[in-house]
Design a protein around this ligand. Structure first.
Ligand code: TMP
Length: 206
């Protein structure tokens, strides 16, 4: 039985997820929770190999469906090895990305059929869902400029701006339609982003 809570940080490249994860972690630890951090794709030895595979720039083009299935393969592995056991122990899980990324990137960016994605989701995710998601919203042009400044771009980061615009639109659409997703403007100065994150957590878990 699930005793802990599952919190997820989402956003485009360059939105500031890493800093946000640290802010959320500090807040959760201050509340007395034991926090298990994850990232997707990845977070187990096998899932990290899938991460390497999906990020690598290769000569052979990866079919969008292959990409989708690899994301879910990595996710199922992480769910079974790390997320579910942690929640059952009563730990809190803090995820750098989860299912919403696939819905936004593969559904929005790659324009894969939503019915296909939903079939896969319901077939493999079971009933484990995030309790709260923070989506850091950023204009992709700004986010990609930040990502570029960090170094070399991976296979997905090399996509055209329009890909990220569709991904952002899908994030915003889902955030508007579904409960338990808080949208934070990630173009604000860092201190304000951090304040907004703490406010959202306090409101949700008060
Ligand atoms: P990042 O989290 O370090 O930015 O790298 C993960 C990359 O993989 C990022 O470009 C988003 C992408 N991604 C998907 O396209 N679908 C997914 O389901 C997940 C988890 C990530």
């Amino acid at each position: 039985m699930k005793k802990g809570q599952f919190v997820v940080i989402e956003g485009l490249e360059g939105a500031g997820k890493t800093t946000a994860v640290a802010t959320v972690k500090d807040w959760l630890v201050a509340q007395g929770h034991t926090v298990v951090q994850t990232r997707e794709p990845g977070g187990t030895a096998l899932a990290e190999q899938i991460r390497t595979l999906v990020k690598a720039v290769q000569q052979e083009q990866m079919a969008p469906e292959t990409e989708l299935l690899l994301m879910y393969a990595a996710r199922v592995q992480l769910l079974s090895q790390v997320i579910r056991p942690a929640l059952e122990r009563g730990d809190w899980v803090l995820g750098d990305r989860h299912d919403l990324s696939s819905r936004a990137y593969q559904g929005g960016g790659r324009q894969l059929d939503e019915a296909l994605i939903n079939k896969i989701r319901s077939a493999v995710l079971g009933d484990t869902r995030p309790d709260f998601t923070i989506y850091l919203d950023i204009d992709p042009a700004l986010g990609l400029a930040r990502a570029k400044a960090r170094g070399e771009l991976d296979r997905i980061e090399l996509e055209q701006l329009a890909f990220f615009q569709r991904t952002r639109a899908k994030y915003l659409q889902i955030a508007q339609q579904e409960p338990n997703i808080s949208v934070i403007d990630a173009s604000q100065p860092l201190v304000q982003v951090q304040q907004a994150i703490r406010r959202a957590l306090t409101e949700h878990f008060k």
